[in-house]
Design a protein around this ligand. Structure first.
Ligand code: NAG
Ligand code: NAG
Ligand code: NAG
Ligand code: NAG
Ligand code: NAG
Ligand code: NAG
Length: 511
């Protein structure tokens, strides 16, 4: 069902008549998108001012990108985040409430219109290489797919030689006139201590050429010593955590080299000048207050957007607030594909609450608000939270704060968390910014002012000076929950009744 090529590039004559407006656009060739997503990746890169790690390829991409310093995922969990990237809908609206694999078994609703579905319907070729981790298949179809569903995630997500060859295969089979959307989803730098401990805490030994580790021909492993790493403020500064971070750096370095290979393939195939390249990650790093948390440390993401048509802001840092819910509107905008009018469960018309980020590539915008919504990670980890960040203020509603904050299997066995458990049990200093008790038992409302408290150390929710701003943020958050049909909108003190019109009925449960 590809549409005529004409739709993708206006006839050259038209461009001549329009003069300089589109000089950078190669009118004979369609526009493409390459979306690169790291797995649990953070700010461990030169471009984000980490001077301890060596990431020449990300840094080079940043030289041709707008660099976002205030980009956030809407949910700090793998499948829910990937589903929100690929649908533009928060997890509570697209149905991917938690992880997709095995017993967790979460899926998006059958009638959700995802980005790959809409692009395919518009005649754009779609490809995925690496970690998919979303479903069902009918909602997330790709024309070309090498993922954990039909291969080893270590191969398609961490073996950068294999990834390079798959990208080459995709680009070689690309027709000239047809645009493409290629999604390269690295499995690096995810932990692997819970699944393949033989390769190290972060699979940092996989393919390094040592006995039993196999060999990844294109990878030159970088080694970091624990005293070299920069410990983020939310991680305890101890030998165990430092060693963990050093392993994470080595794995991040493999992904960085993989990104270099992928971009080289794009160049060699002649697509660099027609392709929008986006780099980001799905959720916070797998450390305390990182992944599965809606704190800044759990939701802030690297975001580089490299458009060959917008070189004027290349290498600049933007302070505008961006959300991963903006990915779908941005990519649809780039391809000039409209979002369709449809509803889920016969309710109101689905509206994207994100925005296209393309205007930021020309002029710094005033965007200041992003929303977040988390319900589960593993199926046992129901800990719903909703949050809004407006400028420096972050407001979090912990919907069920009377239960302890849950810990996932992968993070539980990590050296960093074991170190926190051991030290706390033994009554030793933890060198951590929090206590386990405080981490498990949270206030229902949390409000942080980053302009005074960038490490989110002081909860201002009960500070009378912030009472009015708290009410405003609460209202803003509730409005967004209603607009996005959040089933949790009445939790914890009410029940949502749909008839006669959706509203919260009081429970009188003392909350
Ligand atoms: C890195 O630090 C420099 C100097 O402080 C600053 O200008 C720049 O914006 C920072 N980059 C990012 C991505 O935050
Ligand atoms: C994975 O699926 C693709 C079709 O999308 C197919 O071409 C490829 O051979 C499959 N790979 C494996 C290892 O089965
Ligand atoms: C990585 O992929 C390449 C190419 O497919 C293969 O030759 C190599 O053995 C793989 N390395 C590992 C560690 O599996
Ligand atoms: C890409 O575009 C730039 C400027 O428009 C041009 O100088 C360069 O030769 C182009 N490169 C390729 C590979 O087409
Ligand atoms: C934690 O304590 C257990 C039991 O004593 C020990 O086996 C483990 O190595 C310790 N881990 C860390 C990171 O301290
Ligand atoms: C609660 C707490 O101890 N917060 C501290 C966390 O670390 C930063 C910087 O290391 C301090 O500024 C905070 O006060």
């Amino acid at each position: 069902m590809p549409l005529p090529a004409q739709r993708w590039g206006a006839p050259p004559l038209l461009f001549l008549l329009l003069g300089l407006c589109c000089a950078r656009r190669d009118p004979g060739r369609p526009r493409n998108v390459l979306l690169i997503v790291a797995d649990d990746g953070g700010f461990e890169s030169g471009v984000y001012n980490n001077t301890a790690i060596n990431t020449p390829n990300l840094d080079a991409l940043a030289q041709r990108s707008l660099i976002f310093r205030n980009a956030f995922t809407s949910v700090s969990s793998c499948s829910p985040s990937r589903a929100s990237i690929l649908t533009g809908l928060p997890q509570h609206q697209n149905g991917m409430y938690g992880l997709h694999q095995d017993v967790h078994h979460f899926n998006s609703f059958d009638s959700v219109r995802s980005l790959p579905l809409l692009l395919r319907q518009a005649g754009i070729r779609t490809g995925i290489i690496g970690k998919k981790h979303v479903g069902p298949e009918a909602v997330y179809p790709f024309d070309f797919a090498y993922t954990e569903e039909n291969g080893s995630v270590l191969q398609v997500g961490r073996n950068i030689t294999r990834i390079k060859l798959l990208v080459r295969k995709f680009l070689r089979s690309q027709e000239e006139e047809r645009p493409f959307f290629l999604y390269v989803a690295f499995h690096d730098p995810h932990r692997c201590g819970h699944s393949q401990p033989q390769y190290g805490a972060f699979c940092e030994k996989f393919g390094n050429g040592e006995p039993g580790m196999g060999w990844i021909p294109d990878w030159k492993p970088q080694h970091y010593s624990p005293d070299q790493v920069q410990v983020p403020y939310f991680v305890q500064d101890t030998p165990a955590a430092r060693a963990d971070l050093a392993a994470q750096y080595t794995t991040t370095g493999r992904m960085d080299q993989g990104i270099g290979l992928v971009l080289e393939e794009l160049n060699n195939a002649g697509f660099r000048n027609t392709t929008l390249v986006i780099y980001t990650s799905d959720n916070g790093i797998p450390f305390p207050s990182g992944r599965t948390n809606l704190y800044r440390s759990g939701t802030a993401e690297p975001l580089l957007i490299s458009s060959p048509e917008h070189p004027s802001r290349w290498g600049q840092v933007s302070s505008a607030y961006a959300s991963l819910l903006d990915m779908t509107p941005t990519i649809l905008d780039w391809f000039s594909v409209p979002y369709p009018s449809y509803s889920l469960f016969g309710k109101r018309i689905v509206q994207l609450t994100g925005k296209s980020l393309l205007p930021a590539l020309s002029l710094e915008p005033a965007w200041a608000t992003v929303f977040a919504s988390q319900s589960l990670h593993e199926v046992t980890m129901h800990y719903p939270m909703r949050a809004v960040q407006r400028g420096p203020l972050r407001f979090i509603h912990n919907l069920q704060n009377r239960t302890p904050f849950p810990i996932d299997q992968d993070f539980y066995v990590s050296p960093t968390f074991q170190d926190l458990l051991n030290r706390t049990q033994a009554g030793q200093p933890t060198h951590w910014n929090k206590t386990l008790h405080g981490y498990y038992y949270r206030e229902r409302w949390e409000l942080y002012d980053h302009s005074l408290d960038p490490t989110e150390s002081r909860n201002l929710a009960s500070d009378p000076r912030y009472a009015q701003v708290l009410e405003e943020l609460r209202g803003l958050l509730l409005k967004w929950q209603w607009e996005t049909d959040d089933p949790w909108v009445c939790v914890p003190d009410g029940v949502l009744e749909d008839k006669p019109s959706p509203q919260c009925r009081p429970l009188h449960n003392e909350l």
